[in-house]
Design a protein around this ligand. Structure first.
Ligand code: ATP
Length: 315
């Protein structure tokens, strides 16, 4: 990893009148990294991405792209950035090639370089055969590919994707995720989402925003290595009732997860796994699953988001 991050954003704030959309948000992305910006609806993801892409002025804070100040030198810094907004401005009446040519010109690509830039962007996003298709006739997955193609046509070092898989069907989601993973070989990527599985599938680093503030930021590798387990996940074909499970030595709380699955909490120094297995054999419960639960992104998310709102964490 390089010493100087490709993106360094520090102390970002944005107010709409008296309303605080974000405050004190700082982000870093290294070259070759995929950063997932995660948060519930209205958390401030789009606002943050609008600012770091140079499309929204911050009320406070600094954004450096490869050492260039985005607010003081926007033209230079924006050459390094490709941006897919939450609602990309696609023109239904244009063919894919026409639209990409137009975007390429906006990014300052010279006329003589246009054919190669178009071919490359289409090849990268699986649009090779779609150049003549009218954008209005494309499926949502292909429209999203066009949006990503315009974001990378000028070969930016950083690609910013605001909710790239929202509204897509499961197959299209998988295709776009595979595309994002491929992008990493040439670009750093920031994507926003409120889908935890998306972050787990494609990201190196996660940044959780809630109510305009950062509530968690770390790599997924550190997250996986963090902390000892204090719960067991278990499943039974013929599940006992929760009272029976609660009575097992060392179990401090039981959460029914549905279809015979349970989360059994225990103290840091206790491990009731053997006792659960023994009780399952003796009771004929049909043990199907029994393993320690390491801190997952879902737990981190629930704790970070619900701890701040002081709401009860659902089981
Ligand atoms: P979503 O996942 O729903 O897109 P988000 O995390 O992207 O949400 P933002 O769109 O950044 O959140 O919004 C953050 C907060 O700022 C919200 O409370 C939103 O209502 C508010 N906000 C965003 N844009 C504006 C605006 N133009 N005028 C007033 N308030 C705004």
């Amino acid at each position: 990893m390089s010493a100087t991050p490709l993106l360094q954003a520090h102390g970002l704030a944005r107010y709409y009148g008296g309303h605080r959309a974000i405050e004190g948000v700082s982000l870093e992305v290294q070259a070759g990294e995929v950063l997932g910006l995660l948060g519930p609806n209205g958390a401030g993801k789009s606002t943050t991405l609008g600012i770091v892409s140079g499309n929204l002025a911050p009320s406070a804070g600094q954004v450096m792209i490869d050492g260039i100040d985005l607010i003081e030198r926007p033209r230079q810094a924006k050459q390094y950035i490709g941006y897919l907004p939450e609602h990309p401005p696609l023109y239904d009446d244009l063919a894919v090639d026409e639209y990409l040519r137009y975007c390429a010109r906006l990014h300052g690509i010279r006329r003589t370089d246009l054919p190669a830039a178009l071919d490359r962007a289409k090849a990268r996003t699986g649009l090779d055969e779609a150049g003549r298709a009218l954008i209005g006739t494309l499926s949502k997955g292909f429209r999203q590919r066009v949006g990503i193609a315009q974001a990378l046509i000028h070969r930016p070092r950083l690609i910013i994707l605001d909710e790239p898989t929202v509204g897509l069907d499961p197959l299209q989601i998988r295709e776009i995720r595979e595309l994002i993973v491929e992008l990493r070989s040439e670009h750093a990527v920031i994507l926003s989402t409120h889908i935890l599985a998306e972050v787990q599938a494609v990201c190196d680093r996660v940044h959780i925003i809630h109510r305009g503030h950062t509530v968690f930021a770390d790599t997924l590798t550190n997250l996986a290595a963090r902390g000892r387990s204090t719960s067991l996940l278990t499943a039974f074909a013929a599940a006992p009732d929760t009272e029976t499970l609660s009575a097992i030595d060392g179990v401090t709380a039981v959460h029914a997860l549905g279809t015979g699955r349970f989360r059994l909490e225990h103290g840091v120094d206790a491990d009731p796994a053997e006792a659960v297995a023994a009780a399952a054999c003796a009771g004929g419960w049909g043990l199907r699953e029994l393993h320690p639960e390491h801190q997952s992104l879902e737990q981190v998310f629930m704790q970070a988001v619900y701890a701040e709102t002081r709401e009860e964490i659902p089981a």
